[in-house]
Design a protein around this ligand. Sequence first.
Ligand code: UDX
Length: 472
Amino acid sequence: MRISVIGCGYVGLVTGTCLAELGHHVVCTDNDPERMASLKAGVVPIYEPYLDGMLAANCRANRLSFSIDAGEAVRTAEAIFICVGTPPLETGDTDLSAIDNVARLIAAEARTPKLVVEKSTVPAQTGQQLKRQLGHYRRNGGAEFRVASNPEFLREGTAVEDFLHPDRIVIGVDEEATERQLREIYRPILEGRFHCPMHLGGCPPTHSPELLVTTINSAELIKHASNSFLALKISYANVIADLCEKVGADIKEVTRAMGLDSRIGPRFLAAGLGFGGFCLPKDVQAFIRLAERTGVDFSMLKEAERVNKRRIDIFLEKIRQALWVLKDKQVGVLGLAFKANTDDIRFAPSLEVIRRLLAEGAQVRAYDREAMDRTSVILPQIQCCREPYEVARDADALLILTEWEEFRQLDWERIHGLMARPLVLDGRNLLEPKAMMKRGFEYHSFGQPVETVTARFVPPQISKVSEASVSA
Ligand code: UDX
């Protein structure tokens, strides 16, 4: 099928590349000329495992191309996937201006019938508005438009795998013809006969996901409801972690047992600094706003958001407790990306932690294998290091802010020798408290017993006699 993808951000690039991988002829377009020039030159502007190789292979096979001419991309396509940004407004509502622009562009340029697919995350009822706009601005002898919602559930870092081997594909449609066309687009995945060429993450080569056909409103709501539920789950685990600290329990033991209940499931129960990134925080906000606008009490979700913001305060308090005065302390940061396997730092908890450390006068050195270039643009005050050991040199404390597997594998004995004080505050519960203690570190994390060398030292009881002699 001839498909155009409008918007070459994170979702658009993964969607366009994967649709080409399925055998479609895909043209991707974006109104950022620099981005398009870089893509045309074969340079992928984001880090996403497997994406550059797959993109290059599909360009070579002439199934994938990039064009700055959005009008042409619209005219030649049978189906158009809208993948433009839907950032949050000050109010928490979703900024739908890019969707509106694209709707008017499609309406003005189309000369033949088009299937218009909403891939960007949008609040419920956007599809209805989109249909109206397409009708209002329709030119060229009244081309027919069919609208569908097909939310993405792509996690950064595993987006290619998520696209090609999804748990489910949701299509919100209001006509049978639309359903047929979308089934056709996803047929290789749905029939489980699509062999992924790259053995992504050990996924079985054949796997048929469930296709859910819903109304457009339901499909839109499914996306926000899913992400908000994940946010609730994380915040829940984080509050349990706080409770564990108070009663001397271990969050990993608790969440492991909880997760074995198939009604709960083990994922998204990792306690720590909380959720960041460009999706979960903004989707939570947008869902809260949707509830407010429609008069539904969703204070439960507001609370999840509040709990999430508090994670940074709690972490800073742990740092202060351990380091006392932060001014002039050398603090090493391992991990800047909002989560592992991405270079994305949008709404990353790490940035807020670093800003607060700097505000209190600490010196910050940082390392992240993918996210340093982006970070040094917005936080030029910090010193970025080429390797993690440089971060540790003479540091008074080392903070783990992203759960990169690489940090688990570090030579921690070597790090111990490099630091001014062997103090680690693990914001992602990545390391083993006992192992860290055995290596001689003072180690703090979330919801796990504090393991310090000094904590094991039990001061001798002062006897009544000696107390008396002191007072004498
Ligand atoms: C999310 C959704 O998972 C995906 O389905 C959607 O389409 C886009 O938004 P993503 O933004 O890539 O994906 O990140 P995700 O894997 O959901 O993680 C979000 C944040 O939560 C990260 O900061 C991560 O570190 C944090 N997190 C995740 C936790 O703190 N604990 C967990 O147990 C899981």
